[in-house]
Design a protein. Structure first.
Length: 126
């Protein structure tokens, strides 16, 4: 019985710690900013392509980003679009992306950068 009580207390403590960490991570995801000039050159190029409407090197560029993981602020479906940030010598699209929101896509309200395939985002300040 004592072992069960100890296990229950440990699980409750772990759940509380997870909730704290998760709330902190959410704030960091939405609150982190990065200057456009501090991004890799390829991200800056992709950003300029967004503003000019292309051309984009990948078919998926400019498609709707669903935000299914809710890593970005909630918006209506279709608000966010994703763009590949090329990595030199990569054989595939890799993990780096810009996700921009707003209409028209060439005048986004906001853009985010991720280098870990949507795990975390930094808001871009032009």
């Amino acid at each position: 019985m004592a072992a069960t009580a100890t296990l229950t207390a440990a699980l409750l403590g772990a759940n509380a710690a997870f909730a704290r960490d998760n709330a902190s991570t959410t704030r960091e995801r939405w609150g982190d900013t990065v200057a456009l000039q501090a991004l890799p050159a390829e991200a800056q190029t992709t950003y300029q392509r967004v503003l000019s409407g292309g051309p984009f090197p990948y078919e998926k560029d400019g498609t709707v980003f669903g935000n299914r993981e809710r890593q970005l602020p909630a918006k209506a479906r279709g608000y966010y679009r994703e763009y590949t940030v090329q990595k030199p010598k990569a054989r595939n699209r890799g993990a780096r992306r810009l996700v921009c929101g707003g209409e028209p896509p060439t005048k986004p309200d906001v853009c985010y950068y991720t280098d870990d395939h949507y795990v975390s985002f930094s808001k871009i300040t032009p």
